[in-house]
Design a protein around this ligand. Structure first.
Ligand SMILES: NC(=O)c1ccc[n+]([C@@H]2O[C@H](COP(=O)([O-])OP(=O)(O)OC[C@H]3O[C@@H](n4cnc5c(N)ncnc54)[C@H](OP(=O)(O)O)[C@@H]3O)[C@@H](O)[C@H]2O)c1
Length: 337
């Protein structure tokens, strides 16, 4: 497995990370045994970066990771944890809390659930406008001093917030959506990241399955699968987006790859500072995703991809209006270059 550095301040990790969210939440039912087998297969294939959030399944995802990591060397894996989202017992989203006291409280619970005495990368899942980012990052920096956290990460923040945070403590990576059809970071955020030596953990590289080649207009969305509420999966938007997938499919066929592999290979091609997080929750999906590491895109391939899926080709926003309004990264309307 090829490795990449998360910026100049973060750890070296496998060039693909495994995002575990869908194993506990948001994408409808998942099979716990298969989830654990998928994490084991990822580790055995050389994946060292595992991403979770304390609010994924309200602690369930961390407990699943604990189970999956039982018997493995703690230092062989880089665990990235997001915190801050508030939820009720039914899973409803109640807001965000990134006050220093809340940060320390969240961390205490995460350490217990994960069964570890440190978290590698700790990050607020969303920026809390009521709390200066300096205070949130300052609290994480204190926990680094205490040995309970190794690195500070951020998620879905814009360039200004990133700079303010980085001035308090070096940031290892920004976790943000980036794919062939979500390119908003290219205008301002990516250049800022690069000027600061911060890495990127890119999520939604398959646009949550839409770009995987396995989605279709006929696929029914299970109860609890929030993709049913995402604009890109709705009616005419879905039809237009699936037409883009078909354009990718013919390119993928010509390269002897699958659509998902082409989309992941594109993300990998965007720079050595970018580590795509794949959201596989089954071994077959993981194995397909790993195949992307063998797909080499030439300059000609990249130009043809750009033509088939221009930067603003997607129909619909990447989140619904309420969630878009919570994204610090969307406060400046970045237009792709
Ligand atoms: N910081 C943030 O705000 C944020 C937000 C979202 C996610 N994340 C993190 O990023 C990770 C990945 O995000 P994502 O789930 O949106 O990513 P994604 O890779 O775009 O979508 C993953 C989904 O695509 C489908 N899929 C089809 N073929 C696949 C293949 N070969 N490999 C992988 N998935 C395939 C699967 O759905 P089916 O199983 O239903 O087919 C899978 O659950 C999450 O697990 C989470 O850790 C972070």
């Amino acid at each position: 497995m090829i490795t990449r550095s998360l910026g100049s301040h973060g750890p070296r990790v496998s060039s693909l990370g495994l995002g575990c969210m869908g194993m506990s939440d948001l994408y409808g039912p998942a099979d716990e045994k298969e989830s654990i087998a998928t994490i084991h297969a990822a580790l055995d294939a050389g994946i060292t970066l595992l991403d979770t959030g304390d609010y994924y399944g309200m602690g369930h995802n961390e407990m699943l990771l604990r189970e999956a990591l039982r018997g493995r060397k703690r230092e062989s894996v880089v665990v990235s944890v997001k915190f801050g989202a508030l939820r009720d017992p039914g899973g409803a989203w109640l807001g965000v809390d990134a006050r220093p006291a809340a940060v320390k409280n969240f961390l205490a619970y995460s350490l217990r659930r994960l069964g570890t005495d440190y978290i590698d990368i700790y990050r607020p899942g969303r920026f809390n406008p009521a709390v200066p980012i300096e205070e949130t990052v300052g609290a994480i920096a204190e926990m680094i001093q205490a040995g309970q956290v190794r690195y500070v990460g951020l998620s879905e923040v814009g360039a200004d917030t990133l700079k303010k945070a980085h001035a308090v403590h070096p940031i290892s990576d920004l976790q943000i959506e980036y794919s062939l059809i979500s390119r908003g970071i290219e205008m301002e955020i990516l250049p800022t990241i690069r000027s600061l030596g911060v890495g990127v953990t890119a999520y939604g590289v398959l646009s949550r399955g839409l770009l995987s080649g396995h989605w279709s207009a006929e696929r029914s969305v299970a109860k609890g699968d929030f993709r049913g509420s995402l604009p890109r999966f709705q009616d005419e938007n879905l039809e237009r987006n699936l037409a883009l997938v078909e354009a990718l499919r013919s390119m993928a066929n010509a390269k002897g790859a699958s659509v998902a592999q082409l989309a992941i290979a594109w993300a990998l091609s965007r720079g050595d500072d970018i580590v795509p997080l794949v959201g596989a929750r089954r071994r077959d999906r993981l194995s397909e995703a790993l195949g992307a590491l063998d797909v080499t895109l030439t300059a000609d391939d990249l130009a043809r991809l750009e033509k088939a899926v221009p930067p603003d080709a997607a129909a619909g926003d990447r989140y619904d209006a309420g969630q878009m309004a919570m994204l610090d990264s969307e406060r400046i309307t970045s237009k792709p270059v």
